[in-house]
Design a protein around this ligand. Sequence first.
Ligand code: GUN
Length: 296
Amino acid sequence: MTATIIDGKAFAEKVRGQVAAHVARLKADHGITPGLAVVLVGEDPASQVYVRSKGKQTVEVGMASFEHKLPADTAEADLVALVQRLNADPEVHGILVQLPLPSHLNSDLVINTIDPAKDVDGFHISNVGLLGTGQKAMVPCTPLGCLMLLRDHLGSLSGLNAVVVGRSNIVGKPMAQLLLGDSCTVTIAHSRTKDLPAVCRAADILVAAVGRPEMVKGDWVKPGATVIDVGINRVERDGKTKLVGDVDFASAAAVAGAITPVPGGVGPMTIACLLANTLTACCRANGLAEPEGLTA
Ligand code: GUN
């Protein structure tokens, strides 16, 4: 079998188009412009690239983008004060504090200062609890993007066996909650799981989010399964830097029914879902109908 390649780049473009159309209607009918504030502390090069890309795409869908760049030695009290100002700002519907923060700053404290209704990352403890209890939450962007790709490819996920490899707060745990919400039978596996290949082979849906280059091999994949690769790992090959996922693409694609590539799979969905979450937050803040198909 040769797997269908799930084109996350094209799907993300479609999501951005839906967001842009909804934003245009909000402006025309209600005079409301959704706004996203991104806070970057320090000069981590990878974070700078992400933040630039977020700002550019925010403007492209017609939203207002507010960028706050603070020096690496910013005091925690000053960062908390900025977040509180953004919480109170009616033009800001979404707030994202880029992680990782410099080590002298307490990330949990800063994230939990964000108004949960504006927490477009879905990292605030209230949103974690709401998601865990099946209530309306802001949902972390990467797992939301994976869910959208799965629903688009498979339709109903009900009754399918889903295995999530990885137990991070940002991807693994919320991914498992979302799959459970769509009535999958869910296993969270991780580095200590006994006979990980056998656990993975039981999966109709296999989500790899471990941060280990090409760990999931073709003989870990059930024939016909849908494989979602969340990994983005830089490796040196033949003297060049190459991006690879957590799945060994060549061997897995020979067995799977469908698979996301790296790059061009899950990656582009993350910012698209950040924009979708900002739109959702704006609609909720104004008591307006939420965009269809862009929430969990
Ligand atoms: N750093 C890398 N990915 C993310 C993300 O999704 N959200 C935030 N806030 N920081 C990140």
